[in-house]
Design a protein around this ligand. Structure first.
Ligand SMILES: *Cc1c(COP(=O)(O)O)cnc(C)c1O
Length: 410
């Protein structure tokens, strides 16, 4: 038997798994299987808690690549100060639900058409290189529009304990910190609307102390850069990187501690940042826990010493649970038999999908109450990097159904 991660607290106390007021079995009966359900009431509750924890000058941005479903964006957009996008496609989606003044566009390899779309709309471009800056300025000059440009900084440190490190080394992301003052000075001379800095040092960290330390280092770096430039950045995007507990032994980030520490840092921030606004940008932390992937058991079979629950859902929709998206060692996400939440485990099973590849294993030798064909299995933590980060076309089972459910938690 192998351990699994913790079931998010929102779903723990039910006899039968209930999502936004309906049981998992009701959702499947209504909409079919497999199925993602996202309870936006949970998103609202988390954002309310985070807003209360953060100091006043710091707004919350949603990095929409974590879950770009249009209904999700429509629900989250009014609850956050900004949307951060990473492609022209995401920009178009974001513009449907948020004013361009509150949208910023980061990511390497932006094509001219994407730069132009952002400049025309009035969204902020987070520049990833000097070459991109030149192209954005040229497009702005051709259109007669002063582009809104921030500079993404490749910091000279990284977020400790993060699953995906994005700082402290050579990187396709951002401009090396030492070269940023020269670039911003050039932008100001060329008539761009300088929007500030974007400094993102890593992702999926559960280490509260490391997040606090990184935020302090980020504010200090922004202050040094602003001093060198001799101008105040209108906005300092401090990055994010808050993880959620996926695996056995994981504990959540203490956002109240992070907020309190950031409050202290901002209270004594360098003079060059006194008039700056601040933001953190989060994807996974905001939406990861609100989603559940529901599958139906098709077959139960024995092979060797293993029992398999063969389900109708798999890695084509929920790649991350199979351990093949950004993890080195495969560990089990939290899983449950939907109508037996309170029951003691009765057997050790591996939960697999219908794909003809041994990779399609969503839970490896977990202890669950006995389940049978027709029963609904829930994989938790499916709200971020699920459907949109999985190979839906692989093996032709068809795309995921996704439902954004009305609030049940207020
Ligand atoms: C992906 C990404 C995020 C969101 O990361 P999460 O781990 O989902 O919070 C934020 N900012 C940037 C620049 C990103 O690329």
């Amino acid at each position: 038997m192998k351990p699994m991660g913790p079931i998010p607290p929102y779903f723990m106390d039910e006899r039968e798994l209930t999502i936004a007021g309906k049981t998992a079995r009701e959702w499947v009966a209504e909409h079919g299987s497999p199925l993602f359900i996202y309870d936006v009431g949970i998103v609202a509750e988390r954002l309310k808690r985070l807003r209360a924890a953060l100091p006043e000058p710091c707004e919350i941005h949603f990095a929409i690549k974590a879950n770009p479903l249009p209904e999700m964006l429509a629900a989250v957009a009014p609850l956050v100060g900004g949307l951060d996008v990473a492609s022209g496609g995401e920009l178009a989606k974001a513009l449907k639900v948020k004013d361009a003044a509150h949208i910023s566009f980061a990511g390497p390899g932006k094509r001219d058409a994407e730069l132009e779309a952002a400049i025309v709309a009035g969204a902020t471009l987070n520049l990833e290189s000097e070459g991109e800056a030149e192209r954005a300025l040229a497009i702005g000059a051709r259109l007669g529009i002063a582009p809104k440009l921030a500079v993404r900084v490749n910091p000279d440190f990284e977020l400790r304990g993060s699953g995906m490190k994005m700082g402290g080394r050579a990187s396709p992301f951002g401009v090396d910190a030492a070269r940023v003052p020269a670039l911003v000075t050039m932008l100001l001379e060329r008539g761009a609307i300088w929007r500030g800095f974007h400094i993102f040092a890593g992702s999926q960290s559960l280490d509260t102390a490391a997040i606090i330390e990184t935020q302090a280092a980020t504010v200090a770096l922004a202050g040094r850069l602003a001093d060198e430039i001799g101008a105040t950045p209108p906005l300092v995007n401090l990055g994010g990187g808050f993880g959620i507990p996926y695996f056995s032994g994981d504990l959540p980030v203490d956002v109240e501690m992070v907020g309190a520490a950031l409050g202290e840092v901002l209270a004594v921030r360098p003079a060059s940042l006194k008039a700056s606004g601040f933001a953190i940008e989060l994807g996974r932390w905001i939406v990861g826990e609100c989603g559940v992937y529901l599958m139906t058991v098709i077959d139960k079979k024995q092979s060797g010493d293993e029992t398999f629950l063969v389900c109708d859902g798999g890695l084509h929709h929920q790649l991350a649970a199979s351990g093949n998206f950004g993890t080195v060692v495969k560990r089990n996400y939290p899983v449950a038999v939907a109508h037996r939440m309170a029951d003691e485990p009765g057997e050790t099973v591996s939960v697999v999908g219908p794909l003809c590849t041994p990779l399609d294993r969503l839970a490896d030798r977990v202890a669950l109450p006995a389940a049978h064909p027709g029963d609904v299995i829930a994989i938790f933590l499916a709200g971020a990097y699920g459907a949109s980060a999985s190979p839906a076309a692989f093996l032709g089972h068809g795309p995921a159904r996704e439902i954004v459910a009305a609030p049940s938690h207020s």
